[in-house]
Design a protein around this ligand. Structure first.
Ligand code: 13P
Length: 337
């Protein structure tokens, strides 16, 4: 059987390498309108398009952001949006040396036949949506599905998550977008770190099995895993060294060295915790670029500092740059608190 390679193969490899470049990681700013509404509500702002535009203008125009950030994941609205002073957001990112990316999944819905688990929608019409996103300047994509430990996870939920990610990855590569493969293992639960490790091994084994079956080119993907930590309600907390040890053991067992970059999500860790854990993972050389693709762990202080007030924009951008720089150092294993 001969499988046709993506017409974009060389470009995909190049894009993935650019994003996985030393000392840089991804700014996830792809909150759906509903999630962005929650963030704006936390600082007393209404969820209007103008407020979302003002906030996202602040993020992408932080001076020098491209020194630490190689890619930015956008929600569809932002991909087609301009800054408050009328420049296309995509153009501002490119000028900063940041590759624009796009969230392409359509969110989670209940998985019938499971133990109150979820599956991720969005495969219908994905190829044509992605072709349009490429035209609009996107060069990578993100699909986030979740696996819940307290609810199982059932065999069915893991298989569905892995299969959906594999189909999405193949379709993205066909349309010139580097797929970020994100099966988030939710932090919720009282389970210990061993249980997270066991579930993560299963999830990544299935994800790579189905990606191979779907002829996904591993040199042209990026991964967005959860770090291996105890459940959020577990009494035994783990040190950054323990998180690094378990997470690296998982990666070594399950992730081929052909994959260029592992861009972790922060998943509700504090800003400093997410930086310390990343730094601990970069204390010795890894076969892949081990970096970040954080939303909350880059944005929390920035958002609070802004508070919706124009006079706070500069201070908020400084807060973003502080976290971006700390995580850049952590990518190099050189962060000190
Ligand atoms: P957090 O870093 O806030 O977990 O978000 C990353 C993300 O993009 C989740 O899909």
């Amino acid at each position: 059987m001969v499988v046709r390679a993506s017409a974009y193969a060389d470009e995909l490899v190049q894009t993935a390498k650019t994003i996985a470049s030393p000392g840089r990681g991804i700014l996830a700013m792809d909150e759906s309108n509903a999630t962005c509404g929650k963030r704006l509500d936390s600082i007393g702002l209404e969820n209007t398009e103008a407020n979302r535009q003002a906030y996202r203008t602040l993020l992408v125009s932080a001076p020098g952001l491209g020194q630490y950030i190689s890619g930015a994941i956008l929600f569809e609205e932002t991909l087609y949006q301009s800054t408050v002073d009328g420049k296309k957001i995509v153009d501002v990112l490119v000028e900063q040396g940041i590759v624009p990316g796009i969230k392409v999944d359509k969110g989670l819905v209940p998985l019938a036949g499971s133990n109150n688990e979820s599956w991720c929608q969005g495969l219908d019409g994905l190829a044509s949506r992605e072709a349009a996103y490429y035209q609009a300047g996107a060069r990578f994509a993100k699909w986030r599905t979740v696996v819940s430990i307290p609810n199982g996870p059932s065999e069915l939920a893991v298989k569905e998550a892995a299969w959906g990610l594999a189909r999405y990855a193949a379709i993205s590569q066909d349309n010139g977008l580097v797929p970020i493969v994100e099966p988030e293992i939710l932090l919720d639960g009282e389970h210990g770190i061993e249980r997270t490790f066991e579930v993560a091994q299963k999830v990544w084994a299935e994800t790579f099995y189905y990606m191979a079956e779907n002829n996904v080119m591993f040199e042209g993907i990026l991964l967005k895993p959860s770090m291996v930590t105890p459940g959020a309600e577990c009494k035994d907390r783990a040190t950054p060294e323990q998180v690094a040890e378990y997470t690296l053991k998982l990666l070594h067992r399950r992730i081929p060295p052909a994959v260029p970059g592992i861009m972790f999500l922060s998943g509700g860790q504090s800003e400093v915790e997410a930086t310390q854990n990343l730094n601990a993972m970069n204390q010795s050389p890894n076969p892949w670029h081990v970096s970040f693709s954080y939303a909350r762990a880059l944005q929390n202080t920035c958002l609070k500092t802004w508070g919706g007030r124009p006079e706070n924009v500069k201070a908020a951008q400084d807060a973003l740059l502080l976290r971006a720089k700390a995580n850049s150092l952590a990518q190099l294993g050189k962060y000190t608190s």
